[in-house]
Design a protein around this ligand. Structure first.
Ligand code: GLN
Length: 485
């Protein structure tokens, strides 16, 4: 038995029966990270010392019978979550030496269960990107093929699960940043409904879109992680005070009476033939499992990318105004006056893509252009949300591709931001609508790269979405494949 190949659920059984200790499990993962990170570059920080201390504490809790679902389980987190005592860089030079004085709520919740945090994961700078190439700490390589990107912005989170460097990871999804890398790396990734999980202590990118969610090896583990982080938090005013359902109990495998919608606007020109085939096969599997497949329409889909890149950049330009070299982060050394210090600090600290977005967002918000761009985008957003609500009158969940192609090659799109933005076409609408969505493995390309299936659920109905995902996983073997290296 190779410890690092076990799922969260399998590790749980072995920890509870004392077949394994948390220290053994943690050591296996830290060794795995040490042996593989030079090839994948998924970790910005590994925290061997604190991880071993947490593992010891978990073993004591296990011995005392004080066991929570995540006690002793090795988890890695995107470097966008504030973690007491460890650097939180957001993959930016401007936060390179930043150490947060508090834990994000999602971190506090997994720590309260005595999970073991093994490290902080690479990402696109400030979560802006779809390939993880916009990181001040270098690109992440796709564990299935080192010449390809892992996707982004939670590229390190997805790659570390595929590479068996942690049993589960936390990421964030503003326009697809959990689902798209999960799809490209052949793992499960879930973006909860906006308001389901607290973002307190998570570095803000576009606050009306950002959500925290898990990346795991299978659907059961995904439900386990969601259970741990979901729920109202008075410290995040957008978190919704609604009961958290029992997600494990939703994994029945039963699809009787379930209506699945195929949005016709998602099966258009530009969709790679391998992706099209894999998604069609998944649809056939669902039909065999007893679900009813219904064509639906989301008529405003074509405007989603444009709408998103106005709203997200506008919010980013405002959120990133706080990095001015005064309170924390990088400060330029030889400025002549205050304005000069702001300008030099920001010029030195931010990468090219972040600067592009700050400029785009500032422009969209400027007087004279606000109505034409930002306000218009807000109106389009409402139409997109309404499309989903109309579709959900007829179906329980939607089925779609995650990305138009499998993982593209490193360097392929870096000089063409428009092409990069267009790769988010199928993930962005769920963020604009605020609803839940997930990616799960559904096949491989002829080149051997993973392909993900997207399920989009009704707002706050992660239960039905997880039930739908689990039934597919039970009927297929895709999630069991792993990259060999
Ligand atoms: N790729 C999208 C962007 O660059 C989404 C990123 C995200 O979800 N954080 O904005």
């Amino acid at each position: 038995m190779t410890i690092y190949n076990l799922t969260l659920a399998e590790l749980r059984t072995r920890l509870d029966s004392r077949e394994l200790s948390a220290v053994e499990v943690t050591t296996a993962y830290l060794d795995r990270i040490a042996a593989t990170n030079h090839e994948i570059n998924s970790f910005i920080t590994t925290c061997n010392e604190t991880a071993m201390a947490e593992a010891l504490a978990a073993d004591q809790a296990l011995a005392a019978g004080d066991i929570a679902p995540l006690t002793g389980l090795p988890i890695a987190v995107k470097d966008i979550f504030n973690t007491t005592g460890l650097p939180t860089t957001c993959a930016s030079n401007i936060l390179k030496n930043y150490i947060a004085p508090y834990d994000a709520t999602a971190i506090a919740r997994i720590k309260a269960q005595r999970a073991v945090i093994v490290g902080k994961l690479n990402m696109d700078e400030f979560a802006m990107g779809s390939s993880n190439e916009n990181s001040a700490f270098g690109a992440v390589r796709n564990p299935w093929n080192f010449k390809h990107v892992p996707g982004g912005s939670s590229g390190g989170s997805a790659a570390c699960i595929a590479a068996r460097q942690a049993a589960a990871a936390l990421g964030t999804d503003t326009g697809g940043s959990i689902r798209q890398p999960a799809s490209h790396c052949g793992v499960v990734g879930l973006k909860p409904t906006y308001g389901r999980v607290s973002r307190y202590g998570v570095v803000a990118y576009a606050s009306s879109l950002d959500q925290v969610g898990p990346l795991t090896r299978d659907v059961r583990d995904c439900a386990l992680m969601l259970q741990a982080i979901a729920g109202y938090d008075p410290a995040d005013s957008t978190s919704v005070d609604t009961p958290t359902p029992d997600y494990q109990a939703s994994l029945t495998g039963d699809l009787k009476g379930l209506r699945i919608g195929l949005p016709q606007e998602y099966f258009i020109e530009g969709l790679d033939s391998d992706v099209r085939k894999a998604v069609a096969q998944a649809t056939a599997t669902y039909r065999e499992l007893g679900a009813e497949i219904i064509e639906v329409t989301l008529p405003h889909t074509a405007y989603a990318v444009a709408c998103y890149y106005l709203i997200a950049t506008a919010e980013a330009s405002s959120n990133l105004a706080r990095y001015d070299g005064v309170r924390y982060g990088l400060r330029a050394g030889n400025a002549e006056n205050l304005i000069d210090m702001y300008m030099q600090s920001r010029a030195a600290g931010f990468g090219t893509e972040v600067k592009r977005r700050i400029m785009l967002g500032t422009y969209a918000l400027s007087s004279g252009y606000y109505d034409a761009y930002y306000l218009k985008a807000q109106k389009v957003r409402t139409l997109i949300r309404q499309d989903f609500l109309n579709a959900f009158e007829k179906v329980d969940t939607l089925l779609a591709p995650v990305a138009p192609t499998p993982a593209f090659a490193l360097g392929e799109k870096v000089n063409d931001p428009m092409q990069m933005y267009l790769s988010d076409i199928y993930t962005i609408p769920a963020n604009l609508a605020g609803t839940c969505a997930m990616s799960l493995p559904c096949g491989f390309s002829t080149e051997g790269l993973p392909i993900g299936l997207q399920l989009i659920g009704k707002p706050f109905d992660e239960v039905t979405m997880l039930r739908t995902a689990y039934a597919f996983e039970q009927a297929t073997e895709w999630h069991k494949r792993k990259p060999e290296f």
